[in-house]
Design a protein around this ligand. Structure first.
Ligand SMILES: [Zn+2]
Length: 149
């Protein structure tokens, strides 16, 4: 995948590689909206590219810090609790053609917290993995490690 010198997050087209700036406030709202919807509306992570007129071809993109490779976000799940302004998440992404998982959190609408890793308990990890199984329709995800459901 192409290396760029962009900072932060942006929308990037899978087809034409066109980019669209991300509005930071919009990003926080999108993540909280996804959480409040039980992580079901993963389509929020895809948009139509107005450059090449392809539906669902824009994806949230950012850099993999050590190599500055682009990371294309394909799914986000996490642990939402009402009246808590802290949202730990697992982001599924494609880096150099391979699927990767990244743990992040947002506090309030402050997207700068996304640069720090989420720290989860064993119970929270299992909860995130179980949510991922449902949302990604991958019932066998880590099945050897997680019992039940
Ligand atoms: Zn495009």
């Amino acid at each position: 995948m192409a290396k760029t010198n962009k900072r932060g997050y942006w929308w990037e087209c899978d087809k034409c590689k066109g980019t669209v700036r991300f509005n930071k406030r919009e990003f926080g709202s999108l993540l909280w909206g996804l959480a409040k919807g039980g992580w079901e509306k993963q389509s929020l992570l895809e948009r139509r590219c107005e450059n090449c007129k392809q539906d669902e071809s824009l994806h949230i993109t950012h850099h993999f810090p050590p190599s500055k490779e682009s990371i294309r976000v394909i799914r986000i799940v996490g642990i939402y609790k009402e009246r808590r302004d802290f949202l730990p998440m697992m982001w599924e992404a494609i880096v150099s053609g391979k699927q990767r998982f990244d743990f992040k959190y947002i506090k309030g609408n402050k997207t700068k917290t996304l640069a720090s890793p989420a720290v989860l308990t064993e119970e929270e990890l299992v909860s995130v993995f179980k949510t991922y199984r449902v949302v990604a329709e991958r019932p066998g995800f880590l099945a050897a490690l997680i019992q039940g459901q």
